[in-house]
Design a protein around this ligand. Structure first.
Ligand code: PEP
Length: 257
């Protein structure tokens, strides 16, 4: 896009969070994303698909040689051990992942993951050589109470390891009330929040604030992606529902062509 206002130094990232959706029969969708990306369909953007962990190994062989990376949707803080049902960052890396989403609101609320747990998992991701996509975002009640900025500020302060860098950390601002609802904040509110997050990163990670990508997530669709991705300090998108079909996902990533 010619008129983007974000720092031209940051390569945009468009990541798809498949959540608990996806069986082997859905692997061709990933193959279609790889084919479209190989033809330049995402322009300057980096693409990441985060399918269920059960699909990562098969997806990795499909994505081999294609400009599409894979990610997990959470990880345990320990590398291995007696943690039935959990997956370590090392296991995700071994399966072919390059990224891991951490602190998604569905993990924070459904699995009681607080800021400290998210930070420990981010440290584990770094240890394993993964890049952590750390999610933050306020609830509707918090926004209506005028608490959005302090809530996100506290999440950032508690969740981000102090040794994070642009290679190891991506922030995703996902207002909880916008996830899967079809609702989005105004571009004014997104700009205000992303500017605030940029400032917070500068404070917590001196000298690294300008290089860390800040994604917007929450009901990003082909129809609104152009407008949302043009907002200042929005360096890409974390996409849920619309990442499940290659057509929609590539239409979103296509705003960076
Ligand atoms: C998400 O779950 O991270 C998300 C942004 O979902 P959706 O795009 O469906 O709102």
């Amino acid at each position: 896009m010619r008129d983007r206002q974000v720092s031209p130094r940051l390569r945009p990232l468009v990541a798809g969070n498949w959540k608990m959706n996806g069986l082997r029969k859905n692997l061709p969708e990933i193959a279609k994303i790889c084919a479209a990306a190989a033809e330049g369909g995402a322009g300057e953007a980096e693409l990441v698909i985060c399918p269920p962990a059960t699909m990562i190994m098969a997806a990795a062989s499909i994505c081999e040689g294609a400009p599409v990376a894979l990610g997990g949707q959470h990880c345990h803080a320990e590398p291995s051990g007696p943690f039935t049902g959990d997956i370590s960052a090392e296991m995700l890396k071994d399966a072919g992942a390059k990224y891991v989403i951490l602190g998604h609101s569905e993990r924070r609320s459904g699995h009681n993951e607080g800021n400290e747990a998210v930070r420990e998992k981010a440290v584990a991701a770094f240890r394993a050589g993964l890049t952590a996509i750390v999610c933050v975002g306020e609830t509707k009640a918090e926004r209506e109470a005028g608490e959005a900025l302090p809530v996100v500020g506290a999440q950032l302060a508690g969740s981000i390891p102090l040794n994070s860098s642009s290679e190891t950390l991506v922030i995703a601002y996902e207002p909880v009330w916008a996830i899967g609802t079809g609702l989005t904040p105004t571009t004014h509110d997104i700009a205000e929040m992303h500017r605030f997050i940029r400032g917070q990163i500068h404070e917590h990670l001196p000298g690294r604030g300008d290089a860390i990508r800040i994604l917007y997530g929450g009901s990003v669709k082909p129809g609104n992606a152009g407008e949302l991705m043009r907002v200042e300090n929005v360096d890409g998108a974390l996409v849920g529902g619309a990442s499940l079909t290659s057509d929609d996902f590539m239409a979103i990533a296509g705003v960076y062509r």
